[in-house]
Design a protein around this ligand. Structure first.
Ligand code: C2O
Ligand code: CU
Length: 439
């Protein structure tokens, strides 16, 4: 992406038009960064300072969140918590350091259920100090799930449907990768490629089977593993906001399928051409340096998730008041964390910088959720009913099924006010949102 001579990226949010259904079909009215969805790939090196001049040409306030970056709190981009939203016509300079190499992304963080659904997101790639691949062999694949109507334009009328908010979130009926339906990518036989999959959907969980294409996993949520892993299970679920990095050495044409349905649904076609003849070096992974949780001296907090359709009646406190009757409909708050919908004045917890935090999340709803922590990566300590061993990995978002209990741990080494929320964006808007304070 273009930088000005002093190294500042320019990112402009505004209305745009794009064909999502097919190259011949109708255009959708979208909102995007720099005129197309996904927005431009911002690419920096580990440890580098990133400066972005953000301009808001939308008709509503917005802000930009740098998902997964262990960032300076003031630059986290959460409207109403870490900054005032940027008003129409205004601009804001984001200025931060990207401490970890890996696959990240940026997206709007004001009314995200609306702004992200309309296309306000893009990839943020942090290269290793010695990049593992050249750009021909390093492919970013941003997957989205759109709800199209009529001739194939995005269905704007159904945005904000209370049905979506209280059920599984806004699910679509059309899939794009880098803004295109089933793109075809050309690869060279026997070269090694890195595929960076990013789920930018509001609520859809994508399921893949890396083994079917002889791919190995090298990272999750921006954090590299120490060694490439061949999964001995499928499906591999990629929840909203999650990332998976794969390496693959193509022999013949292949397709990466989404496999949650009865029939595999093609996401990307890979056309494999002739051999380049260049020897590829073995891939040498370098994990980022993250602080190991100190479980002996940890503070434990419990998060009880309730609400949603089929959840039975639950008491919800919103903005300090218990919701009754009509107030449920007018406030649109249908989910709660520890009985509270959305951000209360006091945090879920307060800890000192450097303390280890264990959060036990109990999903007492009938739905699956994708829980995201801002500013930190965590390890999963336990997961009730887990049937597969996912090994040791750092994540910034975890999936949790109905009735499931999951324990995570991390060192709260980053000062500030941080969100902990469901990344199914309708769930977050309808109550699944809290915050914690590191001082
Ligand atoms: Cu992708 Cu609150 O974040
Ligand atoms: Cu959720």
């Amino acid at each position: 992406m273009s930088q000005t001579s002093d190294g500042v990226f320019e990112l402009v949010a505004g209305p745009s038009r794009q064909k999502l259904y097919s190259n011949e079909g109708v255009e959708s009215d979208l909102w995007s960064y720099n005129g197309s969805t996904p927005g431009p790939e911002i690419r920096v090196k580990k440890g580098e300072r990133v400066r972005i001049k953000f301009v808001n040409n939308l008709e509503e306030p917005t802000s930009v969140h740098w998902h997964g970056i262990r960032i300076d709190n003031a630059m986290d981009g959460v409207s109403g918590l870490t900054q005032e939203p940027v008003l129409p016509g205004d601009s804001f300079i984001y200025d931060f350091v990207a401490p970890d190499a890996g696959t990240y992304w940026y997206h709007a963080h004001n009314k995200s259920w609306n702004q992200v659904a309309r296309g306000l997101y893009g990839p943020l790639i942090v290269d290793e100090i010695e990049p593992l691949f050249d750009d021909q062999h390093d492919l970013t694949l941003m997957i989205d799930d759109w709800r199209l109507a009529g001739e194939g334009a995005v269905d704007l009328a159904s945005l904000g449907s209370l049905m979506d908010w209280s059920h599984a979130g806004r699910l679509g009926n059309w899939l794009t990768v880098n803004g295109q339906p089933v793109p075809t990518l050309k690869l060279k036989r026997n070269d090694v490629y890195r595929l960076r999959l990013i789920n930018a959907a509001n609520a859809r969980i994508f399921e893949i089977d890396p083994a079917r294409i002889n791919a190995r996993v090298i990272g999750y949520d921006g954090q590299s593993l120490k060694d490439a892993v061949t999964l001995n299970y499928a499906p591999l679920m990629i929840g909203p906001a999650q990332r998976v990095d794969l390496i693959v050495t193509p022999k013949n044409d292949f397709t990466l399928d989404e496999i949650s349905g009865d029939e595999p649904f093609p996401m990307i076609n890979f056309e494999v051409g002739i051999e380049s003849g260049n020897e590829s070096d073995p891939v040498k992974l370098v994990a980022n340096d993250l602080p190991e949780p100190d479980l002996e001296n940890a503070k434990t907090f419990t998060l009880d998730m309730t609400g949603g359709a089929m959840g039975g009646f639950v008491e919800i406190v919103y903005q300090g008041e218990k919701l009754k009757g009509e107030a449920f409909r007018t406030s649109r708050q249908v989910w709660a964390f520890n009985g509270v919908a959305n951000l209360a004045e006091s945090p879920f917890f307060d800890v000192n910088q450097g303390e280890t935090v264990i959060i036990e999340t109990i999903n007492n709803t009938g739905w699956v959720h994708a829980m995201h922590i801002h500013g930190h990566h965590f390890k999963i300590l336990s997961r009730s009913g887990a049937t597969v061993d996912e090994g040791e990995m750092w994540r910034d978002t975890f999936l949790i099924g109905p009735e499931q209990k999951t324990k995570i741990a991390f060192v709260a080494d980053n000062k500030g006010k941080w969100l902990f929320h469901c990344h199914m964006l309708e769930h977050a808007a309808a109550g699944m949102n809290t915050w914690f304070n590191v001082t």
